[in-house]
Design a protein around this ligand. Structure first.
Ligand code: ADP
Ligand code: ADP
Length: 235
């Protein structure tokens, strides 16, 4: 379970040093093991900052981030690195290594962790199949479509067998049909592997098609929270 308690985040403007942007104003949120949790809101609402709290890519100004009973804000750098491996992340612009093949991109997180070559090859093969890139394993990102690039991103994020997958506008750069196929893949990963998925989006369709629960974020606050049907589909 992911527990965010009393999270605030202030960014200080690097030039004036006194001017502050308050990105999050007192967020309390529980995300359950195994659910697909969506956060929706306008640009600048604080979604990206909130998502990055979960793996402490951004540190809260105040508040706690508790995952499976461990307060991440209290950990040493090394302990945090360890916990972070169990939290995968995918991005709007994929963030792939352009000079590495599909297989090498997927293997990258495994190579950082001193697995044997046999283990790495076995894991990469399993992931290539899971995301349906069997015919593209030796291609470079520039030779792939957007949807295929995101499949590589997903496979790489799953390489370390994470418990949680964070998705930062993962389908925003894709056309509607490709968006749909990526959402179906995320749903399959959630249902078959039991990985908790937290996603942010500005597109209602993404929330409607795969999320179990949703939070509406506005000006750094949660203004609505509940099951997708209750929040959006009932009059
Ligand atoms: P969203 O993801 O909903 O578009 P963000 O979390 O990116 O919103 O941003 C929330 C607010 O915090 C915005 O006003 C944004 O300009 C500001 N912000 C985000 N990141 C930084 C940063 N690194 N430094 C200063 N301000 C930031
Ligand atoms: P995206 O929509 O691709 O997530 P953003 O513009 O939201 O891109 O943010 C890109 C990066 O810039 C993020 O790391 C974010 O923290 C940072 N950022 C966003 N807003 C600001 C800001 N007002 N000042 C400084 N950095 C910012």
């Amino acid at each position: 379970m992911i527990l965010l308690e009393g999270i605030t985040k202030k960014y200080v403007d690097p030039k004036s040093k006194t001017q502050e942007t308050v990105a999050l104003r007192g967020i309390d949120l529980q995300i359950k093991q195994g659910e697909i949790f969506g956060m929706i809101g306008h640009s600048g609402a604080g979604k990206s900052t909130l998502l990055r709290m979960i793996n402490l890519l951004e540190r809260p100004t105040t508040g706690k981030v508790i995952i499976n009973d461990v307060d991440l804000t209290s950990l040493s750098h090394k302990e945090l690195q360890d916990k972070r491996r169990k939290i995968g992340m995918i991005f709007q612009h994929f963030n792939l290594l352009s000079s590495a093949t599909v297989e090498q991109n997927i293997a990258f997180p495994l190579k950082l962790k001193k697995h044997s070559m046999d283990e790495i090859n076995r894991k990469v093969e399993e992931l290539v199949k899971l995301v349906g890139l069997e015919d593209h394993r030796t291609k470079y990102p520039s030779q792939l479509s957007g949807g295929q690039k995101q499949r590589v991103g997903i496979a790489r994020a799953l390489a370390a067998d994470p418990d949680i997958l964070l998705c930062d506008e993962a389908t925003s750069a894709l056309d509607p049909q490709t968006t749909n196929s990526i959402l179906q893949l995320l749903l399959e990963i959630n249902r078959t592997l039991g990985i908790t998925i937290v996603l942010i989006t500005h597109e209602m369709q993404v929330i409607r098609s795969i999320c179990d629960r949703v939070a509406v974020i506005n000006s750094g606050e949660i203004v609505e929270l509940g099951n997708v049907v209750d929040v959006f589909l009932h009059p």
